[in-house]
Design a binder for this molecule. Structure first.
Ligand code: ATP
Ligand code: MG
Length: 391
């Protein structure tokens, strides 16, 4: 995604020209001050959702219950949320409702961390009521207000604290850390889907190893699915930042569970992500037995490099991606579709009924081709098939 500051300024201008207050808030302000890329633009405004809808051509009602709409402007999406405060929290995760506010102050006070509680006007004036800039410069994650109270309101904030630590390579402020340790058990009230989102981001951070140590230090792992017995894995000195994708990270983590698939199900990963992680683990175990060769690379494609990174982390060495490239570039085919024959060819050659034999034959043919026992040519494949059918 491109940096859309110009369209962002124009959206702010439309709102302020209509007489409302409007600011860029949250992660965008934080990242901008840190000189990091800004991926999503959250705006806060005094305009009510219905009023925002009136001002723009394309508005999607993405979170009306929290006062949020998505404004599409010059091809970019802007999350526009009416200034609000959360009503009383009763169950460690959900406010009993929200009420709209006329000014930004209360809206900034409801936010989780000081570094996330700043607002920027279109003129470039920074509103920093909770010491966000100071904490940015000291690299500290500190809650807005009393940490124990804020964690009791919404326990997910404890995991968010550690994911920001991971992403930004920051530390926890001492009081925040104490309250986190004390209240970690409240995480069991939080929906797994929300935990999963934050945990994925935590594993993606630059300081993932530090973050996992912090997680164990604060005893948070006891209240996350499948992690309570994994303290030694989580604190191991392996370089997890070598892993590049979500699937690699979840594969690494789940490979330390007794039942990787049940572990991933517990975390509510999608069936597709589970399949992907399972594939990476299966291939890695195979490669551990027989090394990288034409067959293991072929079977791993298009994830051979992901498997190699996973293996490298498991074996505490550097990934050898050049070796994967070397083998891949010599493979006669890189997918079954590249065979010059199809199942239909085999059926007509053999004048036989379709059945499981077709798939078995195709697998045999592709193995023979990639291990260079036969050429990917109709005549040699036909010869191979004749022999295979008579044995
Ligand atoms: P990222 O760049 O990773 O998206 P972000 O700061 O934008 O980081 P989001 O989860 O997108 O994080 O949340 C946007 C903003 O909303 C935060 O910066 C924070 O001000 C506020 N916020 C989000 N979740 C909470 C929460 N659980 N409690 C309080 N404030 C929150
Ligand atoms: Mg965000």
């Amino acid at each position: 995604k491109g940096e859309a500051f110009k369209p962002c300024l124009e959206v702010l201008e439309v709102l302020t020209n209509a007489g409302y207050d409007a600011f860029l808030v949250g992660g965008a302000v934080r990242n901008k001050l840190l000189g990091l890329p800004v991926s999503d633009f959250d705006l806060a405004t005094s305009a009510k959702p219905a009023e925002v809808v009136q001002l723009f051509d394309k508005v999607i009602p993405t979170g009306l219950e929290h006062g949020t709409v998505t404004v599409m402007y010059l091809g970019e999406a802007f999350e526009v949320t009416t200034f609000r405060e959360d009503k009383k929290y009763t169950d460690f995760r959900h406010p009993s409702g929200v009420s709209y506010l006329g000014s930004i102050e209360g809206d900034l006070a409801r936010r989780d961390f000081t570094i996330n509680s700043m607002a920027l006007s279109k003129e470039g004036d920074l509103i920093d009521l909770h010491g966000g800039q100071k904490d940015l410069s000291c690299k500290l994650i500190r809650t807005v207000g009393n940490p124990a109270d804020r964690f009791k309101e919404d326990a997910l904030r404890m995991l968010r604290a550690i994911r920001f630590l991971s992403k930004l390579v920051f530390s926890l402020d001492t009081k925040t850390e104490e309250a986190l340790t004390e209240n970690a058990h409240l995480l069991k009230h939080v929906a797994i889907e929300r935990l999963q989102t934050e945990f994925s981001k935590l594993m993606e951070g630059k300081a993932v190893n530090l973050a996992l140590k912090q997680l164990v230090f604060c005893r948070v792992h006891h209240y996350l699915p499948g992690l309570s017995q994994m303290a030694s894995t989580l604190t191991k000195d392996v370089d997890l930042s070598l892993l590049e994708t979500d699937s690699e990270r979840w594969a690494w983590l789940s490979s330390h569970a007794d039942q990787p698939v049940s572990f991933l199900k517990e975390w509510r990963l999608s069936n597709n992500s589970i399949k992907q992680a399972e594939h990476l683990i299966t291939v890695s175990l195979e490669v551990q037995r027989e090394g990288w060769n034409n067959r293991t690379v072929y079977d791993a494609l298009p994830d051979a490099k992901a498997c190699e990174r996973l293996l490298a982390v498991m074996e505490q060495r550097n990934p050898n991606l050049t070796e994967i490239d070397r083998i891949t570039s010599k493979l006669p085919i890189t997918s079954r579709a590249m065979l010059v024959v199809t199942g239909d060819d085999l059926i007509s050659w053999e004048q036989s009924k379709p059945g499981p034999w077709v798939g078995e034959a195709l697998r045999g043919i592709e193995l023979a081709v990639i291990t260079e026992k036969i050429k990917n040519e109709k005549s040699s494949i036909r010869r191979w098939l004749k022999q295979w059918r008579t044995q």
